[in-house]
Design a protein around this ligand. Structure first.
Ligand code: CO8
Length: 258
């Protein structure tokens, strides 16, 4: 039987785990894999039972970037016609929290993929980098922009211009990852965080995600207004009333997502 290149496991606890599965080529992101990944994200986005998503490449490697085989003979028009922005948009537009569990290499498009997540848990031996310059290219899915915003100009430029890799601890110091754990604990820890989020109000999580991601590129006053409006909107949800009531009654809240 042919092996699946991406596997999605929907758990009972509201957590869905997406695992890239092309280990022989270090989970290189070819078009087929990205197409399937986008389909899965679209499906999970619509699935009311999925409250949080874990994205991983398994225990050994996250993703070694775009599949370089796709670059050998491609011309401008071929790359344009791939419209790969639609694959990334499926992840960017996913309203559920995404936790990346990164073991091993997260390079090029793999590092860019990790940066699409809201929270990144890295194993101690993980390595991050944007090595495109080493193959006569440049980052093309957020490496020059997201990385810049996350770790600042001089750290980002050093990574992008040299193509050098950094360790999980260095990535942690720069703020590129949320936490570093032992390699064998990475996926478990990401699922644990996802389970915690799955217990919260899905509508509040979605509002936080939307405001934080949109607001960061807006002028501060506009972003603060957006935050205020989202905050006010939540007062019309049953979940908000349940959260306040449960706190005062000293019990766990039961959220409905409405
Ligand atoms: N594409 C295609 N094949 C790859 C890739 C890749 N990105 N990475 C590894 N492989 C293949 C190797 O060719 C090799 O194949 P084979 O067994 O047939 O020889 C196999 O995977 C194992 O690789 P290595 O023997 O090199 O394994 P190591 O563990 O020694 O090294 C590394 C792993 C460090 C990851 C190394 O393979 C490497 O440097 N890979 C290339 C990393 C890279 O340059 N990434 C950037 C690619 S360009 C990019 O991402 C642009 C993004 C643009 C937009 C996003 C689109 C998704």
């Amino acid at each position: 039987m042919e092996e699946q290149i991406i596997i999605c496991e929907q758990q009972e606890n509201g957590v869905s785990v997406i695992r890239l599965n092309r280990p022989k080529v270090r989970n290189a992101l070819n078009t087929e894999l990205r197409e399937q990944m986008a389909e899965i994200f679209n499906k999970l986005n619509d699935d009311v039972n999925t409250k949080a998503i874990v994205l991983t490449g398994g225990n050994k490697v996250f993703a070694a970037g775009a599949d370089i085989n796709d670059f050998l003979t491609a011309k401008t028009v071929d790359v344009y016609l791939r419209h790969s922005e639609r694959y990334w948009d499926a992840i960017t537009n996913c309203c559920k929290p995404i936790i990346a569990a990164v073991n091993g290499y997260a390079l090029g498009g793999g590092c860019e993929l990790a940066m699409h997540a809201d929270i990144i848990v890295a194993g101690k031996s993980a390595k991050f980098g944007q090595p495109e310059i080493k193959i006569g290219l440049m980052p093309g899915a957020g490496g020059t922009q997201r990385l810049f915003r996350v770790i600042g100009k001089h750290k980002a430029m050093k990574l992008i211009l040299t193509g050098d890799m950094i360790s999980a601890d260095e990535a942690d110091q720069m703020g590129l990852v949320s936490e570093v754990v032992e390699d064998e604990a990475t996926i478990k820890r990401a699922i644990e965080i996802a389970e915690q989020l799955a217990g919260y109000s899905p509508i509040a999580l979605t509002q936080i995600k939307e405001v934080a991601n949109l607001g960061v590129d807006m002028p501060l006053q506009a972003a603060l207004a957006l935050e205020r409006k989202a905050f006010q909107i939540l007062f019309d949800t049953e979940d908000q009333k349940e959260g306040a009531k449960a706190f005062l009654e000293k019990r766990s809240a039961e959220y409905k997502g409405r």
